[in-house]
Design a protein around this ligand. Structure first.
Ligand SMILES: Nc1ncnc2c1ncn2[C@@H]1O[C@H](COP(=O)(O)OP(=O)(O)OP(=O)(O)O)[C@@H](O)[C@H]1O
Ligand code: NI
Length: 343
């Protein structure tokens, strides 16, 4: 296995609230190896965006304390100064947000904005930056790129603007693309096209991606590996096939269920100690409320990297009930994912 490009260990984002501290990210661990796509999934508010923003120093609020360890290609990012971080964000880690299409500057042509991103990254670009801009517009699937390069954002549709935002992200030829819900603000047909584009870029450019989404269809299509988050904590991780075949953690099972429409989500206050999912978990026992579960291997084969942070996967525990449910939700999700494949 090659060395990870990004290693996040015990990342925390503590938000100082009027009534105490909210651990919005609480011990995140994550690795991304070159060429792979890692998907961060979890419901709204689980800390996905805050995890990404903490990695690249984008958390600007003074109320939020970020700690832990983030290493990007050997560099310790949490200790880096703002100038270093800005250079890394401009050159090596690119961002695509849900609202990137609205973040384009209305007073500059899209070509100018791509050229600016190219020259920020490379002060002697070859070929000539305007030419590169046109190529990038072609890469992201904009028709008539030679004409469109002189368009202004307001002359383009929302979907086209999101493609332009992706072109700007790619202009620096980044080592890592962080895509935070890149399609959720777009209508369904445009979503599908942008996803297709990301799939294609992954194949053709060997792009390394950290992708945030709450849509399991997106995960199934794009992920190599998955990390499931609940209330700021990672609860399950593993290769996408393993996680979709055996959604092992009771929270992952609930997530699959809500995706297939089987259950209504209730919202309890997550427990302060122990497993945060305990109050909603159908399998919770006393131990779950007192100690925070460590990651355990899901399969019997210790070499697989599919793990769940749930005491049922400890040696000697009977995991059969939890696994039984895994089979059920996996089958339900499977049929849904297959149906959507045909769109
Ligand atoms: N600047 C902030 N001030 C106060 N609370 C914040 C701030 N940013 C995030 N939070 C809180 O931190 C938690 C995690 O937020 P985050 O945006 O990371 O969730 P998310 O998983 O990305 O959700 P979504 O799917 O809705 O984007 C939430 O409870 C949110 O309310
Ligand atoms: Ni988010």
């Amino acid at each position: 296995m090659s060395k990870p490009l990004l290693t996040v260990e015990n990342l925390r984002a503590d938000i100082r609230m009027p009534d105490g501290v909210l651990s919005a990210v609480d011990g995140m661990d994550l690795t991304v190896t070159r060429g792979e796509t890692v998907c961060l999934v979890g419901e709204s508010g689980s800390g996905k965006s805050l995890t990404c923003d903490s990695i690249t120093g984008l958390v600007s609020s003074r109320k939020i304390d970020v700690s832990g360890s983030v290493r990007f290609d050997g560099e310790a990012l949490l200790e880096a100064d703002e100038a270093t971080l800005r250079t890394i964000r401009g050159n090596r880690i690119a961002y695509l947000f849900q609202n990137s299409h609205n973040a384009l500057d209305p007073v500059y042509s899209i070509g100018n904005q791509i050229v600016e991103a190219i020259t920020f990254h490379d002060d002697d670009p070859e070929p000539e930056p305007r030419e590169q801009a046109i190529e990038l517009l072609e890469t992201v699937g904009l028709s008539r790129p030679g004409e469109r390069v002189d368009s202004y954002p307001h002359e383009l549709s929302q979907g086209m603007r999101q493609r332009v935002a992706l072109a700007i992200a790619l202009a620096a030829d980044p080592d890592l693309l962080i895509a935070d819900e890149p399609t959720s603000a777009l209508d369904v047909t445009i979503q599908a096209r942008i996803l297709e584009l990301l799939e294609q870029l992954k194949r053709e450019r060997d792009l390394t991606v950290l992708l945030v989404t709450h849509d399991l269809r997106v995960v199934a299509r794009l992920a190599d590996r998955v990390v499931v988050m609940y209330a700021g904590q990672p609860v399950e991780r593993g290769p996408v096939d393993a996680v979709f075949e055996t959604p092992a953690h009771p929270y992952t099972q609930a997530l699959f269920d809500s995706f297939t429409g089987t259950t209504q989500k209730t919202h309890e206050q997550p427990a302060a100690t122990g497993c945060r999912f305990a109050s909603e978990c159908p399998h919770a026992v006393d131990d779950c409320r007192t100690e925070r579960p460590a990651f355990e291997a899901v399969g019997t084969d210790e070499t697989t990297s599919h793990q769940a942070a749930c005491i049922y996967y400890r040696d000697g525990r009977d995991r059969s009930k939890v696994l039984e449910r895994a089979t059920g939700v996996a089958t339900a999700a499977d049929s849904l994912l297959e149906v959507s494949d045909g769109e």
